[in-house]
Design a protein around this ligand. Sequence first.
Ligand SMILES: Nc1ncnc2c1ncn2[C@@H]1O[C@H](COP(=O)(O)OP(=O)(O)O)[C@@H](O)[C@H]1O
Ligand code: SF4
Ligand SMILES: [Mg+2]
Length: 379
Amino acid sequence: MTDQTHPAGEADVLVEVRDLEVHFPIKSGLIFDRTVGHVRAVDGVDLTIRRGETYGLVGESGCGKSTLGKAILNLEPPTAGSVVFDGTDIASLKGEELRRARKRFQMVFQDPLSSLDPRQTVESLLVEGMRAHGLDTDEASTQARLRELMSAVGLPPSGLSKYPHEFSGGQRQRIGIARALSVKPDLIVADEPVSALDVSIQAQVINLLQDLQDELGLTYLVVAHDLAVVRHISDRIGVMYLGGLVEESGAAELYDVPLHPYTRALMSAVPVPDPQVEDSREQILLSGDLPSPANPPTGCRFHTRCPWRQETLCDTDRPELRVVEVAGASAGHRVACHYAEQVASGAIQPHEVEPALVAGGFAGPRELPQPPPDAYGTP
Ligand SMILES: Nc1ncnc2c1ncn2[C@@H]1O[C@H](COP(=O)(O)OP(=O)(O)O)[C@@H](O)[C@H]1O
Ligand code: SF4
Ligand SMILES: [Mg+2]
């Protein structure tokens, strides 16, 4: 992790996302492939990732996190907007240039079993990427590198001759990470890297990612629907709702001073271990389900569910991410709500809503269990 108080100079920026949109056409008709609409998976995102930091992206399932992650890696072509990676607009790269640039950004997937070819040994999986980028020069140094990679992710060299199905879920994710590392990237986008793993294994993999970052100076974008995972690993966090960022701040501050009504609702849905605190704490209930990204609400995308919704602006004007003057909020804390100041001060109060489950598929922060001292690093 980086020092959060360190001001971001231009030189610190690795990825600059501007006005990014990724829309998927909705086709209809058996004979004629007519486009009848668009899923606005990512719909106007500005985001900056600084060199060496971990940026956590959270939001309900379907809000566009994976699509945004893929667009940043040029795996999903943007409909509009730009992604500038280390000074170069990646949309402008073609052919060999793009292929070379790909070495610098890698992805770690949620489900290592489906992202690792089951017919290849670990050795061949790891060599594949190295070969594609000319890093497999002579046998001796490749063998040394393979052992180094295995050791970096806490697996024995004997694992090289095995197949993915011979490993546990956590070990497979270690192989997925080794594979991403094999080409010496600058940026790793980890999309729900521990969601498929047992809670006890999650902390080990998260700790591994952190250790590797410290050692190798990596930059991470970690996507998760679980607030605990991003809190644990992130320097800064962006909260996404229906294709857009609604709040962004330093990780600790987001939990201490959540400003957007959606963020506050997410935080309030999280059980607190202390029963007295649990009984007295604020619970914010949201009405209705997540609207469809094919037909998002006008104005503030959250207005159909927002307990603070006001008569003016909310239904008609889309709020921009902006810095607000609220006690406890620092300059890097941005929120997309017309009434953020009044919500924070209590000048406007939430109205009663029909009790409904808050945000299906969203798990709040629970403490990540710490692995026993000897668990980390053992295969
Ligand atoms: N290739 C695709 N074609 C059409 N719709 C897609 C495609 N990929 C994602 N979507 C839709 O875009 C929205 C955002 O999806 P996704 O980025 O996977 O969200 P998340 O990762 O936050 O769960 C969803 O409504 C999803 O169904
Ligand atoms: S702009 Fe209005 S509807 Fe949107 S979050 Fe703020 S108060 Fe709620
Ligand atoms: Mg996803």
